[in-house]
Design a protein around this ligand. Structure first.
Ligand code: PFF
Length: 458
């Protein structure tokens, strides 16, 4: 069955791809990375990584998807039949499914917190007399309960899967694109509202200083590796998502401008998040405790502490978790789509059958990941619980390997005209940009990825 689905408009295509890229990585990873690694100094390095690694890898993936109109395995198979290069797509496919297993768990926490902000139960244990320290303990205990309980994650995972199922069953245009067209503008509006609120808190400028204060003395090899890793995760490289979504791009789309727009929007969301998190956290004196700024603690413990001390607690809390839910949802849908398109193309299954085969097993697999943080924590793979094993194996090994091999494949293996035709739309646009892109894909991006591996080894 040839895949005829396409996005209906340029805006829809950008909204969907940005929706896929903007995820929890922007919200809980980026602000802390900037702060830990030299503030504005890190930003300069990070922007460099987007330009030298992110956009080239994205363009390599886009050209495979749009050029073949196929899924992440089929694209390699079509271009080099009877050669084992399809294995690169298979690594992405496998990694994407491993990621979705644990990412659904995090998405479930965000939806649970959204619900509990709306009904007020998240703040039920807090009174006017609760001290800052007690508050931290209350929220830490609430989060530990959510993570370790058996029933609650199951229910929320089922809710998240049902929403994913609903959208995915409606297809690419009627489901993914329509959802992105509605939710992404909403995400930006919420982001701006929360920025305004946070920046108007007392002592907000100290928070901005805390976030951005350029500290060039912190710049070392580790900072470069952090910036590369952040660009990697945030732009969803090596996950097969970009190949899959670009197979729905129209033939006349300018891939280079799309890659720039997507990367810019993804960066903007992450950057604006810093203006929400740091003024809020410093304003309530919560910034000194570095542990409170790290990923899960920041989102599920520190920020609820902030909201609890603000007027209109439930409103700001609900808006924040709605923002997070949108970010998570547009990402989970995109990562499921990788396997769905594969099943449609390779096995020739119908859309409905493919969606069910991809989503239904998650009803068991994601709860297993969730339980691995609680009652099943004794069950380990290579010394890690299932959740952490899936997270670290994909992030540190499978995604960089897939991206590296994709660059080598597009830059060195497939006939040169293929990449040129995709970037220049058969010689009609971007003719001057192409040599630069080709140089980045052939040399710069692979060397940067290899440098991450070398750094990790030593
Ligand atoms: N770019 C996404 C993020 O920053 O969260 C990465 C991602 C993770 C996308 C998991 C999709 C996904 F399911």
């Amino acid at each position: 069955m040839s895949n005829k689905a396409t996005f209906g408009s340029k805006l829809g295509l950008i909204a969907a791809t940005v929706g896929s890229a903007v995820g929890l990585g922007n919200v809980w990873r980026f602000p802390n990375e900037v702060h830990e690694n030299g503030g504005a100094a890190f930003l300069v390095v990070y922007i460099g990584c987007i330009l030298l690694l992110g956009i080239p890898v994205m363009l390599a993936e886009f050209s495979l998807g749009r050029g073949t109109g196929l899924d992440t395995v089929g694209a390699f198979r079509r271009l080099t039949p009877r050669k084992p290069w399809w294995g690169v797509g298979a690594i992405s496919l496998l990694a994407s499914y491993m990621i979705v297993c644990f990412y659904m768990v995090v998405a479930a926490w965000t939806v649970e917190y959204l619900w509990r902000s709306l009904d007020g139960s998240l703040y039920a244990g807090i009174t006017a007399g609760t001290s800052a320290l007690e508050m931290k303990e209350v929220f830490a205990a609430t989060f530990a309960d959510s993570v370790q309980s058996v029933a609650s994650p199951l229910i929320w995972i089922a809710v998240v899967l049902a929403i994913n199922l609903f959208i995915l069953l409606k297809g690419v245009k009627g489901g993914i694109e329509k959802m992105s067209n509605t939710l992404m503008p909403l995400l930006f509006v919420i982001l701006l509202v929360l920025c305004g609120v946070s920046l108007s808190l007392p002592n907000a400028s100290a928070g901005v200083d805390f976030f951005l204060n350029p500290d060039f003395s912190k710049l070392n090899a580790g900072v470069f590796v952090s910036a590369l890793g952040q660009a990697f995760f945030s732009l969803s490289l090596g996950m097969g998502i970009l190949v899959t979504y670009s197979s729905y791009f129209p033939k006349k789309d300018n891939l280079t401008t799309t890659a720039f727009s997507v990367s810019f929007c993804d960066f903007l969301v992450a950057f604006l998040m810093g203006f929400i998190v740091f003024p809020a956290v410093t304003s309530f004196g919560l910034a000194d405790d570095g542990s409170g700024l790290q990923s899960t603690a920041l989102v599920f413990v520190t920020l609820p502490q902030v909201f609890a001390q603000m007027p209109l607690t439930q409103l700001w809390s609900a808006l924040f978790f709605l923002l997070l839910t949108i970010a998570a949802l547009t990402s989970t849908v995109s990562i499921c789509e990788v396997s769905i398109l594969f099943l449609q193309e390779k096995m020739r299954f119908s859309r409905v059958k493919s969606v069910l085969i991809v989503v239904l097993p998650l009803l068991v697999l994601s709860p297993l990941c969730s339980l691995s943080q609680g009652v099943l924590s004794d069950f380990t793979i290579m010394g890690k619980n299932i959740f952490d094993f899936l997270d670290s194996t994909t992030t540190y090994y499978m995604l960089p390997v897939a991206a590296l091999l994709t660059c080598i494949y597009v830059g060195w293996i497939v006939p040169e005209e293929f990449f040129r035709n995709q970037i220049t739309n058969f010689g009609t646009i971007a003719k001057r940009v192409y040599p630069v892109v080709r140089f980045l894909v052939r040399y710069v991006a692979p060397l940067l990825i290899i440098s991450i591996f070398i750094y990790q080894l030593i």
